[in-house]
Design a protein around this ligand. Structure first.
Ligand code: NDP
Ligand code: 2IT
Length: 444
């Protein structure tokens, strides 16, 4: 058995019932095969791959809090500190009822390679809770965040581990957690990113993942003789990533015709009115179905099905495994030329392979959505310097980082004889830096 297959078999045997984690590891190891085979003896001698797939540490704790009716609620809390070879653990916190160890390990594993690709000195981690912020009052969300941080604070710090937002964790939650961290530790420091602008947040962090996605998409299209101008686009989700992807797409002259949430999707043939979506999602925290009340010419459909709408470009920006083989075939049949992942692992393995084998340009999440964490790292830098850069300065750095990520993925794909395969390219380029740092630091 090859070294890669051996390590994958070991991951499956030692981590039962963790399908998302298996999926992420398999995709990465498969595309690293060429690199690993070329260095097999060197890596085997120090069990590099076995260490690469094993989180350095997983912290798991209970989160008790009291709801508005006076009932005691208990949730699970986690932090996966995956790999610190190239920097302080960095990665988001997800609050969603589906959160479990498998999902956080897959996200932490992806984060290690993503953070490496940014070129910035950040290690990889991920955390969160099965708490569902949906339908909770502000006070309940605050009570939960304070309790969560009362345990988490002892495991994090600006030179230890620096969490940020993800699904269900935005500016409101980061604010409550920052307040509690400061209260407990008496340290005013950049321990979380995505903070409000009045207390250490960075301009562009809110927009960064969505904007970065479009910067790298634009780069991929340009290199393949296409452009965004006049293209019809579907963006799934209607959260932080989706909203700012749509904003930047519209600035580039593309037309977004569909968005969704977990209940259903909207189709607006005239182009999505983003101010309406922002008001529904960012202000009222309501459902996307409300859109058709304000734009009666649009259509709302309950349930899945967003990928059945014809488009030139598809950007999955909601959650893992939201686009499967059937969807991929439908997109291709309808003329889709490019897919870029705003979310983490939104495309199933079968669908990814289908795109790659059928000439659809495909940019994987660890490259495509790295603009968020990259701008988080820029926030950390500003906090350390006790300075803040202007919107234009941060945006220019973000654009540069995304252009560089494209170049790294494209170059690694070329070097290993799979030109245009940005999945392999991103995995290889991300891995090379981490592996090099791990080799240099000995058996730790
Ligand atoms: P938000 O919580 O802001 O938005 C998530 C969106 O996805 C919502 O519209 C939500 O709908 C939808 N969604 C979530 N779960 C499901 C589901 N099971 N089925 C269908 N729709 C669903 O999260 P973000 O926008 O921050 O994150 C979206 C994705 O981007 C995630 O995969 C995240 O890991 C990734 N990401 C985020 C970054 C960031 O900076 N925020 C950085 C890099 C990646 P509903 O409201 O109904 O739940
Ligand atoms: O998946 C991700 O990259 C994020 N949720 C952002 C992490 C961060 O530290 O900004």
């Amino acid at each position: 058995m090859s070294y890669v297959d051996e390590v994958y078999a070991r991951v499956v045997a030692q981590n039962p019932n963790e399908p998302e984690y298996h999926q992420a590891v398999k995709e990465v190891l498969d595309s690293l095969k060429l690199v690993i085979d070329a260095n097999e003896e060197k890596y085997r001698a120090v069990s590099l791959l076995e260490r690469f797939v094993e989180p350095e540490r997983i912290i798991s704790f209970r989160v008790p809090w009291v709801d508005d009716k006076g009932n005691v609620q208990i949730n699970k809390g986690y932090r996966v500190q995956f790999n610190s070879a190239i920097g302080v653990y960095k990665g988001g916190l997800r609050f969603h009822p589906t959160v479990n160890q498998s999902i956080l390990k897959f996200l932490g594993f992806e984060q290690v390679l993503k953070n490496s690709l940014t070129g910035l000195p950040i290690g990889g981690g991920k955390g969160g809770s099965n708490f569902d912020p949906k339908g909770k009052s502000d006070r309940e969300v605050m009570a939960f965040c304070q309790s969560f941080m009362t345990e988490l604070y002892r495991h994090i710090g600006p030179n230890v581990d620096c969490p940020a937002g993800d699904i269900g964790v935005g500016g409101r939650e980061i604010g409550y957690m920052f307040g509690q961290y400061k209260r407990i530790t008496k340290h005013y420091e950049g321990v979380l990113t995505g903070k409000g602008l009045t207390f250490g947040g960075s301009l562009v962090r809110t927009e960064a993942t969505g904007y970065g996605l479009i910067y790298i998409l634009n780069e991929m299209l340009t290199h393949n003789n296409h452009s965004l101008e006049g293209k019809t686009v579907i963006v799934s989700g209607s959260g932080n990533v989706a909203i700012y992807a749509v904003e930047k797409l519209q600035q580039y002259g593309a037309k977004v015709v569909a968005m969704c949430d977990s209940n259903g999707y909207i189709y607006d043939k005239d182009g999505i009115k983003l101010d309406v979506v922002k008001n529904i999602k960012e202000v009222r925290r309501a459902r996307i179905s409300e859109y058709v009340k304000e734009v009666p010419t649009a259509v709302y459909t309950e349930g899945k099905g967003i990928w059945s709408i014809p488009c030139d470009i598809a950007l999955p920006c909601a959650t893992q495994n939201e686009l499967d083989l059937e969807d991929a075939k439908m997109l291709k049949a309808n003329g889709c030329i490019a897919v870029a992942e705003g979310a983490n692992m939104p495309t199933t393995r079968e669908a990814t392979d289908y795109f790659l084998e059928n000439g659809v340009l495909f940019m994987p999440g660890k490259a495509a959505n790295a603009g968020g964490v990259a701008t988080s790292a820029l926030e950390q830098s500003q906090n350390s310097m006790r300075m803040s850069w202007t919107f234009e300065e941060v945006d220019a750095k973000l654009k540069d980082i995304m252009v560089n990520i494209f170049a790294k993925a494209a170059d690694a794909a070329e070097r290993y004889g799979v030109p245009g395969n940005y999945v392999a390219g991103a995995n290889i380029a991300g891995f090379e830096k981490v592996a090099n740092a791990m080799m240099a630091q000995g058996i730790v």
